[in-house]
Ligand binder design. Sequence first.
Ligand code: NDP
Length: 313
Amino acid sequence: METEHVKCLIIGSGPAGYTAAIYAARADLHPVMYEGMQPGGQLTETTDVDNFPGYPEGINGPQMMIDLRNQAERFDTDVRSGWVTEVDFTGPIHKVIVDGKKEVTADAVIISTGASAKWLGLESEKKFRENGGGVSACAVCDGFFYRNQDVVIVGAGDSAAEEATYLAKLCKTVTMLVRKDVFRASKAMQHRVTNTKNIKVLYNHEATEILGDETVDGVRVINNQTQEETVLPATGFFVAIGHKPNTDIFKGWLDMDEVGYVQNVPDSTKTNIKGVFVSGDAADKEYRQAVTAAGTGCMAALDAERYLASLED
Ligand code: NDP
């Protein structure tokens, strides 16, 4: 198997990975980045990003990732396409296997593999995700585009409850589809939902189709108890049924919570393995914003730089 040694390896290419790369490259760590399955990460699935500081007119998500990549490459980050399939964190030199056929060893590893929103899996959901026509998994990112409009949100956990109350401040009405007859969200979050006048909760309801030509104009729903179908007029459809951190390859090596979020040492990006750092959504189930991912990417590069300097002492 082909092998190569690098000083600083970055796995994943969202805002966390690119920011880590910019800082690591400027610190002469000669970072090598493997982009992963979805170069640019979750932001390549969004349209306009209006909440990243520094873009007064907003920026298109894919364009923002190209800008970040160009910035990382300007400082000589070696950005490569490749998917890390396996890791071995036994020793002080960390091993990763790329695409099942190349072994890369690294003194420091920065994990920025992100998380993926879960989707319902409907054909129509896919269509409107791809054309930016009104389906989103991030109310904080996209809610603004539906001001004074009617929207539907699916989910019954804390995220859905939080996003529904966020949307209710902007939108005319929010209809929440809960597939069981109970919420999973905490009581406090449920109260927030039920005390918000313009949120209507439909228990035992599921979305079966998102309607519209180029943009969403309604949602077909079914009452899973009576099988009765209705169409809810709406221009936005939000999915908040959870996220899955992309951390399966690190299972057994890194401390994680039950869902798979990597547990960092508080107030740092250190993991339980010396020289392995984590940034972005792979370790964050609370904030999940591009700007917070970028912030922790910066922290990971600084932590890696200090770690590598300590090896030379
Ligand atoms: P959860 O896994 O807690 O909840 C997912 C919800 O989506 C469940 O209600 C589930 O329904 C529903 N769901 C799943 N699949 C489908 C489907 N195919 N169709 C319809 N509904 C579906 O995810 P969250 O993102 O809400 O939360 C993740 C973690 O983050 C939790 O631990 C949560 O407490 C925490 N969190 C905390 C916050 C806070 O404290 N402020 C804010 C946000 C998250 P069902 O109940 O029927 O299984």
